[in-house]
Design a binder for this molecule. Structure first.
Ligand code: ARG
Length: 579
């Protein structure tokens, strides 16, 4: 059961019964379990009481008396100046845990309110190797995909690859100047990347080359056969390499999710017509521009967003507007989540605004920019190579696996090379992903190999190790399946804490979906792991003399392990047999 939701619904109902009808209040409920203080604390009643000139303690008492939570709560205490502290009932916890032991879905219900949700993530540009800048979007987006899907929503993941923009003009122009088409057949992505950098330099410094490149972009966008041929080759080379990275990273994206910029090429002209019809498209020196009074340019005038260049080429914004039209009108999305760098916030806000004015966005559709900060080095500067270049993602991944292998080798001298490599991959990739996912996505973070691979603290290795510890307890005790039958007792404070935490799995997942914040799930599994560890240090599990207690404890740690594994899986992280 989603306890958090149950409690918050009960308070809302009680507020209504008490004739408090203002919608705009914050109940400020905390589900941080505090020893002796309670499992849930409602903080928002104080402010509400003050707003209507009532004594918070009296008001809190009234609110409680109208709440129907007898089946879940043992006792409710009002703490000065008006906090409501709720203690969850043992019998309720036992009942819930028994259900999740038997359930494949860990007793987590699918949402009743199923929506169609589109996730836009990873989205690298074609002709370039993926670099460290793509890590956050790729793994946060993929974790969100797994989590949302688990709750039963209809989720569409889209990899909005950059395959229709200005870079193609440059690359095609460069290749035409320097290489022949045959050579491009067997070119590697690395080489293509080099061509891209050279072409970009030339584009920025050589006016003639710039004009030529622009011409090629127009040619490509008007489906010139030769350009399309080259474009297809370049795309194929890039996508094949990117797919290898996704696979290695245990990211679910594959060719079925490719919905790049070029997918919208056939509706770009429609967009122009729509904008003209709405009378928001202005013609300025041949350029088609939408002026937005909601945004100001440097001079303080309405900001102009170029939709189509004088030569007919469509720009990034135009494609994103067409994409919104498709996602809203054809796919009928209820929610579109963009996992895109925070530097593109203004761009997104502008294209949403224009799409709204064009009438593309239905009332029941929410567009959300789930932006993220940067990855920094120890000097708090953008994380780059020593020479100041971007770090290739594949290099970062391989380094992480290599570092993890050293850890595995020290701890497992006697296992086979294959098993060592397998474990190193799971721990290395897990550490890299978890370190990122465990940070609040809105802020920058400092990359640190030592911290990410540590066996203690909020890291993947610590959690993977906790899971393994439980498995080894099972092995030692030679636990038979028949024992895992859901006999549960709660006999001490540690078991109580563990039980409440286990039941909070469901609300944690729903909280992550509301805000697009996987770090909350990370913190949850971390807390669960430490609670298990504290319990295990204090109480014997398999050597308990009392058979009933022993069984109950085995069941409790069994469901703990299952929850850890499921939590990691929802984040896209695997568990390993060796550490
Ligand atoms: N390709 C873009 C980039 O590398 C990201 C695209 C994000 N998604 C979107 N719908 N604009 O910066």
């Amino acid at each position: 059961m989603n306890l958090y939701k149950k409690i918050s619904n009960e308070i809302k109902k009680s507020l209504i019964k008490n004739k408090y009808l203002i919608k705009d209040y914050n109940l400020n409920i905390s589900n941080k379990i505090k020893k002796n203080i309670g499992h849930y604390q409602i903080n928002g009643i104080i402010k509400i009481a003050k707003n209507i000139g009532k004594n918070p303690i009296h008001f809190a008492k009234k609110i409680i008396s109208n709440m129907n939570i007898q089946n879940i709560s043992e006792k409710v205490i009002i703490q000065k100046p008006g906090f409501i502290n709720i203690f969850i009932k043992k019998s309720f916890l036992i009942k819930e845990i028994k259900k999740s032991i038997k359930s494949f879905r860990m007793n987590i219900k699918e949402t009743k309110n199923k929506k169609k949700i589109i996730l836009d993530y990873s989205s690298p540009n074609i002709a370039k190797e993926m670099h460290v800048g793509h890590l956050r979007s790729t793994i946060i987006g993929d974790a969100m995909f797994r989590i949302i899907k688990f709750t039963g929503h209809k989720v569409i993941k889209t990899n909005h690859i950059g395959d229709w923009g200005t870079q193609f003009g440059m690359i095609i122009a460069y290749i035409k100047e320097k290489k022949d088409n045959k050579e491009i057949q067997k070119i590697s992505l690395n080489k293509l990347n080099q061509i891209y950098s050279k072409a970009k330099k030339k584009y920025d410094s050589d006016n003639k080359f710039m004009k030529k490149s622009n011409k090629y972009l127009v040619k490509l966008q008007s489906n010139n056969k030769k350009c399309i041929f080259l474009w297809n080759k370049i795309k194929k080379i890039t996508i094949e390499e990117n797919n290898k990275i996704y696979k290695k990273l245990n990211v679910t994206l594959n060719n079925n999710d490719l919905m790049g910029e070029s997918s919208y090429k056939n509706i770009l002209n429609e967009v122009i017509e729509d904008l003209e019809e709405q009378k928001i498209l202005k013609n300025k020196n041949g350029k088609k521009i939408v002026y937005l009074t909601e945004f100001k340019n440097k001079k303080g005038n309405p900001m102009g967003v170029t939709i189509q260049r004088k030569d007919g080429a469509f720009l990034y914004s135009a494609i994103d507007i067409a994409c919104i039209k498709y996602r809203c009108q054809i796919l009928k999305a209820n929610r579109i989540l963009y996992y895109v760098d925070s530097r593109q916030n203004q761009h997104l806000k502008q294209v949403w605004m224009i799409s709204k004015k064009a009438g593309y966005i239905n009332e029941d559709c929410m567009l959300e920019h789930h932006m993220f900060g940067m990855i920094l080095n120890k000097e708090k500067k953008p994380f780059k190579t020593r020479e100041g270049n971007t770090i290739k993602l594949i290099k970062l991944i391989n380094k992480s696996i290599k570092k993890a292998k050293k850890i595995v080798e020290v701890k497992n001298k006697n296992i086979s090379e294959i098993n060592k490599n397998r474990a190193a991959k799971i721990i290395g990739i897990g550490s890299l992903k978890y370190f990122d996912l465990s940070k609040n996505r809105k802020t920058d973070y400092v990359f640190n190999w030592d911290k990410m691979l540590k066996l203690h603290g909020n890291t993947a290795p610590y959690i993977q190790y906790s899971y393994l510890r439980i498995l080894s307890i099972f092995q030692k005790a030679k636990v038979k399946k028949s024992i895992l039958n859901g006999v549960i007792e709660i006999n001490n404070e540690n078991e109580m804490l563990l039980a409440v935490k286990l039941v909070q799995f469901e609300e944690t997942i729903y909280q992550v979906i509301t805000n697009g914040t996987p770090h909350i799930l990370c913190k949850y599994i971390y807390d669960l792991s430490t609670m298990f560890s504290n319990f295990y240090e204090k109480y014997s599990i398999i050597s308990s003399n009392n058979n009933k207690i022993k069984h109950s404890r085995i069941n409790l740690i069994f469901i703990t392990a299952k929850t850890i594994k499921k939590g990691l899986m929802l984040l896209g992280i695997k568990t390993t047999k060796y550490m």
